[in-house]
Design a protein around this ligand. Sequence first.
Ligand SMILES: [Fe+2]
Ligand SMILES: [Fe+2]
Length: 530
Amino acid sequence: MNIRRKVKLSFVVIVLMLVFLGLVSTVITYQVKENSNFRAKVSHIVILQEGMNDILVESIKINDLEKLEKLKIEFAQYENDFEVLRRELSQIKKLTLANLVIENLRQDKMVKHYLEEFYTNEHTIELIYDEIFQREREKLQNIHVFDTFYPEENKLRIVIQTKILESNNVEQIKELGNLRYHSKELLYQKSENEILEKWLSNIERLIVLATQAKQEELKNTLIDYRVVAQNIGEKAIRIEAIRKIENESILRVSNILDSNKALSMALEKNISQSSNTFVDKMRLIQLLVGISVVLLIIILAFKVSRNVSLTMDEVEAKIEEGLVEVNALNAEIEDTQREIIFTMGAIGERRSKETGNHVKRVAEYCKILALHYGLDEQESEMLKLASPMHDIGKIAIPDTVLNKPGRFDEEERRIMDTHSMMGYEMLKHSTRPLLKMAAIVAKEHHEKYDGTGYPDNKIGEEIHIYGRITALADVFDALGSARVYKPAWDDEKIFALFKEERGKHFDPKLVDIFFEHLGEFLHVRNNMKD
Ligand SMILES: [Fe+2]
Ligand SMILES: [Fe+2]
């Protein structure tokens, strides 16, 4: 896999991990909120239950039926709210992804267990409340009846007492004492059936005594009193029984209350612990994912830098290797070209009996002129390579003309002059820049600045600069070299001719350059003697 794909893939992985981190954070935030909601609901349900317990205790103490009914409605409202909360707490919200990574308080076993116990206790309290409500209502109704009959009993008893005391009957007085004792005991101390029986039998005996004494009025009053005593006695017994049951209920409720207090404390502690464990776990997950992302980025950065530097090194090495090869090839090609050109040039010169070094010197002169004229190093070097072929066309000139001793006649001169065009024809088809340059040199090296040269009688700068340069270089070397048909000219004569031909045969600028840098030309000539 290349480095780009690795980097891309790593970025995708990092982005995915960051998305995962974001997701975990979202889920945590959601669940923390959810858990805190759950906690609030649990607290609420505990408060509701405490309220219900308060109502229960208050109901027992109350003496007013109307108030009791009001409390019953209030209790029912609490029951209703409790049931709603209970249903909400029992719901387990399914959040598959969340459940994978986080802890749901609703699913905590201990929390569930405590809640269940809490609900059971609540149910018991509700049952007790219903029971207490029924009993309390009955008790209050009984008290109502009791309170109604109580003044009646008092009134009748005083009437009976007055009548018996008036009659002065010893047995009746004695029985009256027992009656007063039992009525007080039953109504204020021991509300039991046994006492009621005794009380009723006191009344019964007094009725018998009144009948025997033929006290009709007293007897009738006693009969009325018996009804009242029966009634009030039964109510007193019932009220006392209810009180006992209620006290037992209060004890039971009190126990449940204690149990619930312990439960809610345990529940709160458990929720708090679970929440802390949960938050710690989540922080650990976040930390681990965060560290993984940072590590991945570090590894990626390391790999990228290593790969990039490796690649750069490889590229540099390959470029260097390639450059060496290209340079070697170029050198090889240049050497070959130079050799071919010199050889071709030499062939042309040899045919016209020129010396081997003529073309080499002309090449050097051309370069010196080109550089000082203003051509760049590369073009000047190319001209140096191309110029030796200026007389290549001579290979097409018949020997009879080429090697003729003495002067040419007109026809022979015409044939001889065709060598420039011949050379051009030979080279013009090449697409190589060097050979194209050589073609120009071959064609134009006999043109003259004043337009009297050949083959096209070009004038001034119509003549290519390559032609103008080679013309001067060729003539300078030819005049300074000895030939079979002539001795070498001395420098004075050559310089005089050059001054004479400035602007005629030669480009005046080039003549000026020649004289300005004469030393360089002479230096070449000395180093490359025939
Ligand atoms: Fe020539
Ligand atoms: Fe020449």
